[in-house]
Design a protein around this ligand. Structure first.
Ligand code: GLV
Ligand code: MN
Ligand code: MN
Length: 406
């Protein structure tokens, strides 16, 4: 087994349960995954640093050690019952790329740093791309540390804990300047497999917004309150959700998802008094996200007028579509062609830390195929030869990018 495959297999044991992998930010599993990353880095004497939000960096020196580093990485956290490759592959591939540079005694001008971003999925705290948002200055550190999970635990407390928090004996890093960012990721969709091409170069990442919707109705006895007098929060929420689906279909080139739903008091003989749910809207075109958001707000307004409820919508996060850097994309294409491999250009519907990094530095992404296009599920898989080819493409791309970035 090659190193990338072995390392991914080792990492996939952390947080593994019956239905998939659970490795939310600042959990025991997340801490163990960061420790494993640190172990791999130490085995090659890469200099380790971490920042206050839990991002971890492993640095291989460059010829010009005062030059800003090229960062290469992805994330170690997973969605609930997630797979072994989303994020994890990009982190493992980054460390393997450093090792390849080391093995081939390749001198780069810039320091190259493998990075494991904290909490990309936003599965525990209500913010996606959490670590890269703080690193790039898009989110304030103190405000982010004050975010609380569903149980009321703040990120600050979770990161202060010995079990789940920052790594021991790893210095805190203040420096955030970089010369470029590269990320390799599984495609999470069917295009590369369908086209029979082993590598993809990402053109842009779809824009994305997340919301929290709360519908306050009136609880009551399921047997005695007449239908005409009810303020059923679940019925109102259902109507809003179906309106959202219809809007996304009608507007086109957008996707809208309600992935989290809580109904209270959640009893068979009590009229639901409160419903809360998440909304995730994405599109390559921000105007289309605006249109779906408007439809969501109109639907909530109608529910309030007609259904004796009070529905409120809180926007948690908004990321504009993120074009990837054309010079970096061309450099990746050159590197892949020189390897004698084929790649196609394709957009990303999934979100990535690269969306944040591209606001402060030239950024590009490489995709490898996902078997059956599956992702965010336990069955997520990429063939070993595709994983290995991806590491080779990433390593060659680093060398190419190192030649011209400032
Ligand atoms: C992360 O995988 C996302 O696209 O939400
Ligand atoms: Mn990911
Ligand atoms: Mn993901």
């Amino acid at each position: 087994m090659s190193t990338v495959v072995e390392r991914l297999a080792e990492l996939s044991q952390i947080g593994r349960g019956e239905n998939g992998i659970d490795r939310p930010l600042a959990s025991r599993g997340d801490r163990l995954a960061r420790e494993l990353f640190a172990k791999w880095a130490r085995s090659h004497k890469y200099a380790l640093t971490q920042d206050r939000v839990g991002n971890v960096f492993a640095r291989r020196s460059g010829a010009r050690d005062d030059a800003r580093p090229i960062l290469v990485g992805s994330h170690l956290d997973t969605v609930p019952t997630g797979g072994a490759y989303d994020g994890a592959y990009g982190v493992v591939a980054a460390i393997c790329a450093l090792d390849e540079l080391e093995a081939n005694e390749t001198r780069t001008e810039h320091p190259i740093e493998a990075v494991a971003w904290a909490g990309e999925e936003g599965a525990r705290f209500p913010l996606g791309c959490l670590g890269s948002s703080v690193f790039t200055g898009a989110c304030d550190l103190e405000k982010t540390l004050s975010l609380a999970d569903a149980d009321g635990t703040t990120l600050r407390d979770a990161l202060a804990s010995r079990e789940t928090g920052l790594l021991d004996r790893v210095p805190i890093r203040e420096e955030t300047r970089l010369s470029a960012y590269l990320e390799i990721h599984i495609e999470q969709g069917p295009v590369l497999e369908r086209e029979g091409v082993p590598l993809g170069i990402v053109t842009s990442i779809a824009g994305q917004r997340r919301y929290r919707v709360a519908v306050q109705g009136t609880s009551g006895h399921a047997g005695t309150v007449p239908m005409a007098r009810r303020g059923d929060a679940l019925c109102a929420a259902s109507e809003i959700i179906l309106d959202l689906e219809r809007a996304a279909i009608a507007i086109g080139e957008t996707v809208a998802t309600v992935g989290m739903f809580v109904v209270e008091p959640n009893a068979a003989n009590v009229i639901p008094g409160r419903a809360r749910f998440s909304v995730d809207i994405r599109s390559p075109d921000d105007a289309k996200i605006d249109a779906v958001e408007s439809a969501l707000r109109e639907s909530a307004g109608r529910a309030n007028a007609r259904r004796r409820v009070s529905a409120s919508i809180e926007r948690l996060e908004a990321r504009a579509p993120a074009p990837m850097d054309s010079k970096l994309r061309a450099a990746i294409a050159r590197a892949i062609t020189a390897m004698g491999e084929r790649a196609i250009d394709l957009p990303s519907g999934a979100g990535h830390d690269a969306m944040c990094l591209c606001r402060i530095a030239p950024t590009a992404m490489i995709f490898v195929p996902s078997i059956g296009g599956k992702s965010h599920v336990a069955e997520e898989e990429t063939a070993p030869e595709d994983l290995e080819r991806g590491v080779a493409a990433l390593t060659a791309s680093i060398v190419e990018v190192d030649k011209f970035v400032i």
